[in-house]
Design a protein around this ligand. Structure first.
Ligand code: SAH
Length: 471
């Protein structure tokens, strides 16, 4: 096998120099990441990511994540500091993924960062990404070129105004226009473009909150339309092809709070992951000790998908695997968890899915789990009601906090107006959500993973009391 020095290969080889991948993450929809970018991010030690890269996208990778953007309340990195940070990690022998919104070479300052690598003799590769203009055009059904209508297209910057160009093309896409739309359109009109030329502003292209404003050049110049970042301005006759009910706007936007469910994995939905559930590992030493002696518990009960993910990560880190659970009874708190366990080669022995008239304690008794030693991998938000349910029927519980459900500091709040459905995977997630969003807009359809979560939803958002069976 050909192993490049500096790459991670199951932790066996010696590292000498690091390696930097300059990667385009695409315009927002995480599924627009290329297969190549995904492969590299999977093996990266560090991911340095920008403003336009969603933390939802980076959450899927185990590398150390460093946010280098400029969102409020966050440490602000100047370009020089970013360059130094890339160099520092590379010199420590790490695989550095420098992840940028869209494409690194389209208004992405990729050229400057490349220069740093060249000057310092650091090995690198560059992986293109889908630029915002391509994302916006396909997700709004506005072709950038069209036979007989547009045979040329230019990508320009709308900022700073002193660098404005109005090229002689059929279609122009302006980047960075949120604060300069008026000036850009004035410059275009001054160049002789007709007042009737169709114009579109595409905000948050390819994201759940994509919003499109359309009109003519004249209308846009007369009316003050609110434009917020990130936004693109498209000008040209091809924009007349925009239709309000397009393939993307018709999809239902479902917010997944704390886990995914098979019912949403169809093309009918756009799945948005709720960022407060960015899971972070906690106390690795304690976790490693538990994993080394995992056989000592006769039952392991998995509460949610993050618990599974972090449990197996920890188990593999001490060079152990499912074979060490051969004599352990495996419980899953609901079917979503049971399905997730199958991905690790485990079939749940007991499904502890509480219903209106069957409590978890009833299910434990029915399955003979009454005087067992139980390991409960979970988040740092320990679910006391669940522990009580186990202990009430004579079990001894070790709650093992594997991860914390912190809200990433740099995350902007969600715009629930764009959400059609919400799925809550567990009561803990519901409580996290409630802490941030006191109310749910009326139009949102709520779905829950199981009866316990449904009951918690009714308590938190509809003022009901928790049924005694679910306590
Ligand atoms: N390298 C990026 C562009 C970075 S410059 C790319 O190739 O797309 C930042 C500008 O990109 C923003 O001001 C905005 O004009 C545009 N942009 C990036 N993502 C966008 C999105 N999802 N929707 C609309 N515009 C976006």
């Amino acid at each position: 096998m050909n192993v490049r020095v500096g790459h991670r290969s199951m932790g066996t080889e010696v590292r000498k120099t690091g390696f930097v991948y300059l990667i385009g993450a695409g315009p927002g929809d995480p599924e627009l990441l290329t297969i190549k970018a995904q492969r590299v991010l999977d093996i990266a030690d560090v991911i340095l990511y920008d403003d336009l890269v969603s933390s939802d996208l980076v959450a899927h990778f185990s590398a150390l994540k460093i946010y280098t953007g400029k969102r409020k309340n966050c440490h602000h990195f100047e370009q020089d500091a970013i360059n130094q940070e890339i160099l520092r990690h590379a010199r420590e022998g790490k695989i550095v993924a420098r992840l940028k919104g869209g494409d690194p070479f389209i208004f992405g300052r990729g050229g400057e960062e490349l220069e740093v690598m060249r000057q310092n003799g650091i090995g690198y590769e560059i992986i293109p990404g889908i630029t915002a203009a391509h994302g916006a055009s396909t997700y709004t059904e506005i072709p950038l070129t069209m036979r007989k209508i547009s045979s040329s297209v230019a990508f320009c910057t709308g900022h700073p105004v002193s660098k404005l160009h109005v090229p002689n093309t059929d279609t122009i896409v302006y980047y960075m226009v949120a604060s300069t739309v008026r000036e850009v359109l004035d410059a275009v009109a001054k160049k002789g473009w007709s007042d009737t030329t169709p114009v579109a502003v595409v905000q948050n292209a390819t994201r759940y909150n994509q919003n499109v404003l359309v009109g003519s050049l004249g209308e846009f110049r007369r009316e003050e339309k609110p434009v917020y970042s990130p936004a693109l301005l498209l000008i040209g006759e091809n924009i007349a092809y925009f239709i309000k009910e397009n393939w993307y706007s018709k999809k239902k936007k479902v917010l997944l709070v704390g886990g995914d469910a098979a019912q949403f994995k169809t093309s009918e939905f756009v799945r948005v992951h709720f960022p407060c559930l960015q899971a972070q590992a906690v106390d690795p030493q304690l976790v490693a000790r538990c994993m080394q002696h995992v056989e000592q518990w006769s039952v392991v009960c998995f509460a949610d998908e993050f618990a599974i993910q972090y449990f197996f990560k920890a188990l593999f880190e001490v060079s152990r695997d499912v074979r060490h659970l051969a004599n352990t009874r495996i419980c899953a708190l609901n079917t979503v968890v049971a399905i997730a366990l199958q991905r690790y080669g485990l079939k749940a022995d007991v499904l502890l899915e509480a219903h209106d008239d069957v409590s978890i304690s009833d299910l434990l008794q029915a399955n003979g789990i009454t005087t067992s030693d139980i390991l409960l991998p979970m988040s740092t938000l320990v679910d006391d009601a669940l522990i009580n349910a186990f202990e009430n029927v004579g079990n001894k519980v070790t709650a093992l906090p594997l991860y914390s459900l912190d809200r990433p500091e740099n995350e902007e709040s969600l715009d629930l107006d764009f959400i059609d459905e919400i799925y809550f995977a567990s009561p803990v997630c519901l409580r996290q959500f409630k802490a941030l969003y006191a109310e749910l807009p009326q139009h949102i359809v709520v779905k829950t993973a199981d009866d316990k979560t449904q009951a918690e939803y009714l308590v938190l958002f509809c003022g009901d009391e928790l049924p005694a069976t679910l306590l």
